[in-house]
Design a protein around this ligand. Structure first.
Ligand SMILES: Cc1cc2nc3c(=O)[nH]c(=O)nc-3n(C[C@H](O)[C@H](O)[C@H](O)COP(=O)(O)OP(=O)(O)OC[C@H]3O[C@@H](n4cnc5c(N)ncnc54)[C@H](O)[C@@H]3O)c2cc1C
Length: 468
């Protein structure tokens, strides 16, 4: 079997043979050299080529298109970016409203491209259900979250409260307490999107070289083992693999997220559970869980991140029994009828986390660098925004996209916040993760004394706040 098939359920489901494109075997000159054929690199190439077809654009990919997080993710295409409320908080309300509109429009923008380029990736825009079910504190956190969103100027059409009865019309989970629904999200089959995009940009004339890892980069030049590309612009679009392009790794750490998929479930099971319109769902806690019903009727469910000392990449995603069972436990709490279901796929991937836990889109004219990343596990939609923004920045446009608080214009790479050196990073990251796990365990045990519950919440909340 082609080893790339085992990357994820999604890559396994592709009907194409996954034959790699040719590797770079000579030196060449281009206008734009993009490193990485994931969503960021491909969206950037797409929007550049549409606006400036004369540009010579070359993409260098270490493995094959979709090898990274873009071929492995949970398939939530969100009209949000990580930390948007913090990024937008200080804007005058009219500008903040416009920025939210821009973000909320991401799934529709992607849908338009899918239609135009005939990319079929099981796109369904059913929104997200953020649910409270396992402990009462989730309910108060959800209510506070909704209040906060409404204070930002968002209204019921953006984020709506659902009683357990309302929620039950869309999703039946055990012991439901309440939920928030937002329409600004679609679910997709991630690998079909990234592979479809690669085909689309190749058809537009973008040159993609696969199995061509960039080993060295500097202003105007990237090198692989067998060739090099001289270019006016270099776009490192490697997200969770930033450590492969020093010094980028100082600003974007690799964090791992792990995910499982069940066998296709019967009509009867789905009649009990729901999720008929492609809704994504999450159980609202600091544990970050994410699920969707795939087009072929599996439950796909991911949770929690991990970080390796020194920012080492994880390359082996054969999940251990414990890793699989933890995810089974988490979805089994919501869907007791699935506790013993067969898991056919379990995998994970590296994603990029920026020091301030929010994405950046940066352009430095002097060094010819254009960069988008730090999506922190919310990059499916954000990378589309990133690609559009980088295209405008490179083309020298002054547009709505280039005037957002996440855009750093005419700034060098070291303008971005750096992660602390080791062992501080590892200690900090693990202290946070441990406090989140502890909080979750304490709260999920409904017999725990109130003071212990409050303490666990306070510690996790304080650590989370401190890191930001
Ligand atoms: C398990 C998991 C679940 C996720 N779920 C969601 C979700 O549901 N919704 C959401 O919004 N986000 C999710 N994410 C995050 C999202 O998938 C990523 O943010 C997004 O795919 C990043 O796209 P990218 O193109 O920037 O990076 P990638 O897709 O990682 O692409 C980077 C590419 O660069 C290549 N590369 C690396 N180094 C080099 C080099 N030196 N030379 C050449 N090529 C190189 C890699 O092979 C890779 O193909 C998830 C991530 C993971 C891992």
């Amino acid at each position: 079997m082609n080893p790339w098939r085992s990357i994820s359920l999604w890559m396994d489901q592709l009907s194409e043979p996954l034959t790699p494109r040719a590797a770079l075997s000579h030196d060449l000159q281009a206008d734009v050299a993009i490193v990485g054929a994931g969503y960021t690199g491909l969206w950037t190439a797409y929007y550049l080529k549409r606006q400036a077809p004369q540009l010579r654009i070359v993409i260098l990919e270490a493995e094959t298109a979709g090898f990274g997080a873009s071929g492995r993710n949970g398939g939530w295409l969100m009209g949000n970016i990580l930390g948007e409320d913090r990024l937008l908080a200080d804007l005058p309300s009219a500008e903040r409203h416009a920025a939210y509109q821009l973000l909320h429009g991401i799934p529709d923008e992607v849908a338009e491209v899918l239609d135009r380029e005939q990319i079929h990736c099981d796109y369904r825009k059913g929104g997200v259900l953020y649910c409270a079910a396992r402990y009462p504190e989730q309910l108060s956190s959800l209510r506070e979250h909704l209040k906060h969103l409404h204070e930002q100027g968002l209204d019921e059409s953006d984020y709506r409260w659902l009683t357990p009865f309302d929620l039950g019309k869309q999703l039946q989970i055990d012991k439901a307490l309440g939920a928030i629904h937002t329409p600004h999200c679609a679910t997709i089959q991630p690998a079909k999107l990234v592979r479809g995009l690669a085909k689309a940009v190749a058809a537009m004339g973008v040159e993609i070289y696969e199995q061509s890892a960039v080993t060295d980069w500097q202003t105007g030049l990237v090198r692989t083992a067998q060739g090099s590309v001289k270019a006016d612009w270099i776009v490192p679009a490697v997200e969770g693999y930033a450590a492969t392009l020093p010094p980028l790794g100082k600003h974007q750490l690799p964090v791992q997220s792990l995910i499982v998929a069940t066998e296709p479930l019967s009509k009867e099971v789905w009649a009990e559970i729901g999720l008929e319109r492609g809704q994504a769902f999450s159980e609202f806690s600091r544990q970050v869980t994410y699920g969707q019903r795939s087009a072929d009727n599996r439950l796909v469910f991911g949770a929690r991140g991990g970080y390796r000392f020194g920012g080492r990449l994880r390359t082996d995603f054969n999940l251990t029994q414990d890793e699989r069972e933890l995810r089974r436990y988490l979805f089994g709490e919501l869907f007791p009828q699935l506790k013993d279901v067969r898991l056919t796929h379990a995998w994970g991937g590296n994603l990029g986390m920026a020091r301030r836990f929010r994405p950046h889109m940066l352009l430095d004219q002097r060094s010819g660098l254009a960069l988008s990343g730090g999506y922190g596990g919310e990059g499916v939609g954000a990378s589309n925004l990133g690609g559009r923004t980088l295209a405008d920045l490179i083309l020298g446009k002054d547009s709505e996209l280039t005037n957002q608080p996440w855009v750093h214009r005419q700034q060098p790479l070291n303008h971005l916040a750096r992660w602390e050196p080791e062992p501080l990073r590892w200690l900090g990251y693990n202290a946070i993760i441990k406090s989140f796990v502890h909080e979750d365990q304490v709260l999920a045990d409904l017999t725990t004394a109130p003071w212990r519950r409050r303490l666990a919440q306070a510690v996790a909340g304080a650590l989370e706040g401190f890191m930001r």
